[in-house]
Design a protein around this ligand. Structure first.
Ligand SMILES: NC(=O)n1nc(-c2ccco2)nc1N
Length: 323
């Protein structure tokens, strides 16, 4: 049925673009009712002609049969945690160490990203298709949560456009926005179910579900913040440019991301974001500053635990949620 295949392909493209606008660009163009109508038409078509189902079809986001356990995944490129700074002096010391190691008298440019308080994950794409998603775990070994992650709207099941790398590992944070968290707890309380203490725990609990149909109902977001394994492509040579490329390929990146020409500008950025922290639609527990030039990152490398080229400057802990 050639015309059925064409119709399925057309619906597929309309739904995929609507998904990108809504979940990644926060700029919905299709009313929900229109989205649902077309999704039902595609589901109907795929029921009639199962050979039309592709693994990146928008119909494949509703969750599958529950798993009995999560398989283990080994990270070829370790997922490291971040060193912490708690005041301006510690951040200045970080910059001094960086410039000493680079033997550079010039200021170093930094990328600035709010540190989302969620769960770090790794997404592996092969020929543009999402192959597996895994938690950070201990940095070397994590859990395969692909079934659950496929249900998250801001996670591309296939990279947009062509000319994508053969292998691309994207790293990011899965988090629950404050509004979605409040709504989830309100419904849970009304239904006499357990509520979550904070958005981070709610996100972690939603990703630990063996039944991905439960995860599919949770308001989770993915924000990309870096790459791991890359084969068959040359990425830009600055971190902020890599993130913009990821956004073009279909990933959500943080709208507050910025470049700071030196460490003084980082301190000003940290202060500014600290003042608007309560107004942000998601929890953050600091700012991550990264040396922006990839060549310099390579020269700095990592110490055992954390990269020498990055520092998380934390905010004071928020007063814990009252029960
Ligand atoms: N949590 C978070 O938002 N992160 N975490 C990193 C990170 C961890 C290791 C390297 O980069 N970057 C951002 N924005």
């Amino acid at each position: 049925p050639a015309e059925k295949r064409e119709r399925a392909q057309e619906l597929h493209e309309i739904l995929q673009r609507a998904n990108y606008q809504y979940y990644v660009l926060d700029n919905p163009e299709l009313p929900d009712s229109e989205y649902d109508r077309r999704l039902r038409e595609l589901q109907e078509l795929e029921r009639e002609y199962p050979e039309l189902v592709t693994q990146d079809s928008p119909t494949q986001r509703v969750g599958a049969e529950p798993l009995s356990s999560f398989a283990e995944v080994r990270h070829e490129v370790p997922m490291l945690s971040l060193d912490n700074a708690f005041d301006d002096d510690e951040l200045l010391e970080f910059d001094r160490r960086v410039r000493d190691r680079l033997n550079s008298k010039d200021p170093v440019e930094y990328a600035c990203e709010p540190k989302l308080d969620g769960i770090a994950i790794s997404l592996l794409y092969r020929d543009g298709m999402l192959e597996r998603a895994a938690t950070r775990g201990d940095g070397t070994t994590g859990e395969d949560i692909t079934q659950n992650v496929r249900t998250i709207g801001s996670v591309p099941l296939r990279l947009l456009h062509n000319g994508v790398p053969k292998v691309l590992e994207v790293r990011g944070e899965i988090y629950m926005p404050k509004a979605g968290f409040a709504e989830l707890n309100k419904k849970a309380a009304e239904a006499g179910e357990k509520t979550f203490v904070n958005p981070r725990n709610a996100a972690a609990g939603s990703l630990r579900q063996l039944d991905s149909r439960i995860t599919a109902k949770r308001p989770l977001q993915l924000c990309a913040y870096g790459v791991g394994l890359v084969e068959g492509a040359t990425l830009p040579d600055r971190h902020t440019e890599i993130l913009k490329q990821l956004n073009r390929w279909g990933f959500r990146i943080n709208s507050e991301m910025a470049e700071a020409r030196d460490i003084q500008a980082c301190i000003e950025y940290h202060k500014k974001l600290g003042e608007k922290r309560e107004q942000l639609p998601y929890d953050i527990d600091g700012i991550v500053f990264k040396v922006n030039e990839i060549g310099l990152q390579r020269r700095l490398g990592f110490v055992a635990r954390a990269p020498r080229w990055a520092m998380a400057y934390k905010f004071p802990a928020q007063e814990e949620m009252t029960e």
